[in-house]
Design a protein. Structure first.
Length: 269
């Protein structure tokens, strides 16, 4: 069973306000120069990456060396394991993507996978490649579609036990515990995201609107910038049948995705 889908970021980075620094006397954007103490500004081609292995000691790496390690994308995500959603602690979830069916021919298989995951109350786990890096993904139903959430790797999460080592183990007062339970019960109600707002951001927006009405915006001179972070559309072919038949997959053979917008379809095994 192969299900072609496209990935779209599920969150908006522009929801929070950000500011640029401007040189008020000249009306120009402030840029940061890369300089070396005692040398001054340096050219980009003279800069290499350094990994600090101890205080003041670095291993230097060339961009070409790092590029050679990037993993080739192959437009697939193989689901190699299925788990109950509650087995994955929220701390492991990193970034969500909507996985939409790619074309009319994919819709039936897409719906089958979505409904099967919902009926079994399972989450599909697999590995894929995006922008040259490998990720772990958790695929689960989301409304009428599917949601793919990237997961953090084990070495990216701090151990919590040492931080809570000083928390007292003694049982709390029973009367106080009952009062806390009663308060929680009174305040319990369905979660509605729109019930919460960022008061600081709202106040800043109001300030910006007020200043726009009082004084026209200033034209700032700046070069055209391209941060290279435009929304990536990723093709993903979910090799469910092969995953189920093959059982545990070797770690060296995770599925991969590509950044192109066209889907390369594979025949089901």
């Amino acid at each position: 069973m192969s299900v072609p889908v496209k990935l779209y970021p599920a969150t908006k980075s522009g929801a929070r306000l950000s500011f640029h620094q401007v040189h008020e006397p000249t009306g120009k954007r402030i840029r940061y120069e890369k300089v070396v103490p005692g040398v001054g500004p340096v050219e980009a081609h003279d800069i290499v990456k350094g990994y600090e292995i101890s205080s003041g000691r670095y291993v230097l790496l060339e961009d070409e060396e790092l590029d050679a390690l990037k993993i080739e994308a192959k437009k697939t995500l193989d689901l190699i394991q299925f788990v109950d959603h509650h087995e994955i602690d929220p701390i492991w979830f990193d970034r969500p993507y909507y996985a939409a069916a790619d074309g009319d021919l994919a819709e039936e298989a897409y719906a089958v996978l979505r409904d099967a995951l919902r009926a079994t109350k399972k989450v599909g786990l697999g590995q894929f490649v995006m922008r040259g890096r490998e990720y772990v993904g958790a695929l689960k139903p989301c409304g009428d579609g599917l949601l793919l959430e990237t997961l953090r790797f084990a070495d990216e999460v701090r151990e919590a036990a040492p931080l809570f080592a000083d928390v007292a183990d003694e049982e709390p007062d029973e009367e106080l515990l009952d009062l806390a339970k009663e308060l929680i019960g009174r305040k319990a109600k369905p979660f509605k995201p729109e019930a919460f707002s960022d008061s600081y951001t709202d106040a800043v927006k109001a300030l910006i609107d007020a200043k726009r009405k009082k004084k026209p915006p200033v034209d700032i001179e700046e070069d055209e910038l391209d941060d290279g972070r435009g929304a990536k559309v990723i093709d993903l072919v979910e090799a469910l049948k092969r995953s189920v038949r093959g059982g545990d997959e070797p770690k060296g053979g995770p599925a991969k995705t590509a950044s192109g917008s066209k889907t390369s379809k594979r025949k089901a095994g």
